[in-house]
Design a protein around this ligand. Structure first.
Ligand SMILES: [Zn+2]
Length: 450
């Protein structure tokens, strides 16, 4: 199926767990894939990973046990004679299965088929918005939330990374080790605010959202559709001069870009032209439609189409990570908070509380806090929803350990972090620590910047 990625579709050298926990690796960590099919391994607490498992000698201290679908089990062992940790799977394969969404081809997912999506978009133009919303609310209530990825917070990659750290610390026989911290200086987590502009009216309203953010010391990016509505270039220039970023939200606001390989290739020159005109180096696909393997071909340097976990999108799923990652030449910056439309329209929440709870959760894990909202009518264009956004911004303004940055700066940081010299003053060392099987990460303690 075209919408499904394979683990191999994301280049093996660029998408590795070592790139997340830089620059730590150990020759004493023996973690390799088996030769069989991709299979789900599960833990009693619900953590699941998609790998080609293998048997390892049952020798030494058992570090972690996983259940196989067949009813059998595989475990990781620490052989203290040889000081080797043997893991029954390959960490990078497990990581890629998550971030490439390769798991979608191996899970029961209540997604709409291509045919159903076509019908949905044909109907969407004909049915009044209110009626369409009621139908979606009924669908959401009936279907319930999927078991995987968990929503609103999925800890899969966080768990995998901690287990990887546990194995490294075990081979070293030490309770702590340094690694390249996730963010510049000693920031606990990164914060980015992005908006998709769905209409010409939305672009006019964008300046009002920009005012609210600027008053509180924030900047954000606005993703504009290249060839869907008249673009007021005066507004684009104004936003740019005020320190906001402009991104590209496709050429047309429909599912055409990823509808076929031919169509994708046909639209690439138009996308290149629109990106140049808008000064955009970032992209988000309309309604997050995507074929993950094709994203690296987009004429931009980062993408924001993918999400941590979102069962409410027309193409639901999730890359299960709270950190940026590489898709070939691209840096992917997944959104990690529920969309404004999901919270305030679909679920009819009446405050920013769920967003702020997620901010706490992600800050505690030192990930990327990435909020996606819309300035348009029906979204933050409405007074009540806008007041929730203001509530959110006011609370964020009090969080002094967050790195507030534009998407382009975060993408550029992520590349720099991978290759930086140790003399680079912004690149600090964090600490991974273990106490028994419990592993956690500590930011650099030198506070050099806010
Ligand atoms: Zn959109």
């Amino acid at each position: 199926m075209q919408s499904r990625a394979t683990a191999e579709g994301v280049t093996a050298d660029s998408t590795t767990l070592e790139r997340l926990l830089l620059p730590v690796a150990s020759p004493l960590l023996d973690a390799q894939a088996g030769t069989g099919e991709l299979t789900w391994l599960t833990r009693e607490d619900g953590w699941q990973l998609l790998v080609r498992p293998r048997e390892v000698p049952q020798h030494g201290e058992e570090l972690m046990r996983f259940a196989l679908p067949s009813g059998g089990q595989v475990s990781a062992y620490f052989d203290s004679d040889e000081r080797v940790v043997r893991v029954p799977f390959d960490f990078d394969e497990a990581y890629r299965s998550y971030v490439s969404e390769a798991w979608r081809a191996h899970g029961s997912l209540r997604a709409l088929s291509t045919k159903q999506l076509q019908v949905y978009y044909a109907m969407k133009r004909l049915i009044p918005r209110g009626l369409l919303l009621s139908a979606r609310r009924v669908f959401v209530r009936r279907a319930g939330l999927p078991e995987f990825p968990k929503w609103p917070l999925d800890e899969s990659v966080d768990r995998l990374m901690r287990f990887y750290a546990l194995c490294l610390l075990t081979t070293d026989g030490t309770p702590r080790a340094s690694f390249r911290w996730f963010w510049p200086h000693s920031h606990h987590a990164a914060l980015m605010l992005t908006h998709d502009v769905e209409s010409a009216d939305g672009l006019r309203l964008a300046t009002e959202i920009a005012d609210l953010e600027e008053e509180r010391g924030f900047r954000s990016s606005f993703n504009i559709v290249g060839d869907e509505y008249p673009i007021d270039m005066g507004i684009v220039r104004e936003l740019d001069s005020r320190g906001f970023e402009i991104g590209l939200h496709g050429l047309h606001h429909d599912r055409s870009l990823f509808s076929s390989r031919e169509e994708f290739e046909r639209q690439l020159p138009g996308l290149r032209h629109a990106a140049r005109k808008l000064g955009a180096i970032g992209f988000r696909s309309p309604s997050t439609h995507r074929v993950v393997e094709w994203l690296p071909e987009l004429p931009v340097s980062y993408d924001t189409t993918m999400f941590h976990s979102d069962p409410y999108e027309p193409q639901p799923g999730g890359c299960c990570t709270l950190w940026p990652f590489r898709l070939g030449p691209l840096v992917e910056l997944p959104y990690t908070l529920p969309q404004d439309h999901t919270l305030f329209t679909l679920l009819r929440e009446r405050s920013a509380q769920r967003w702020l709870t997620m901010v706490d959760e992600i800050e505690a894990r030192h990930g990327l806090i990435h909020c996606l909202s819309h300035p348009d009518a029906g979204y933050l264009g409405e007074p009540d929803k806008r007041s929730f956004y203001v509530q959110f911004l006011d609370a964020l303004a009090e969080r002094h350990h967050l790195w507030r940055a534009l998407p382009r700066d975060i993408a550029s940081w992520w590349r720099r972090r991978e290759t930086a010299e140790s003399s680079d003053a912004e690149v600090a060392l964090g600490t991974m620590r273990r106490d028994g099987a419990h592993v956690w990460f500590e930011p650099p303690d030198t506070v050099t910047a806010r």
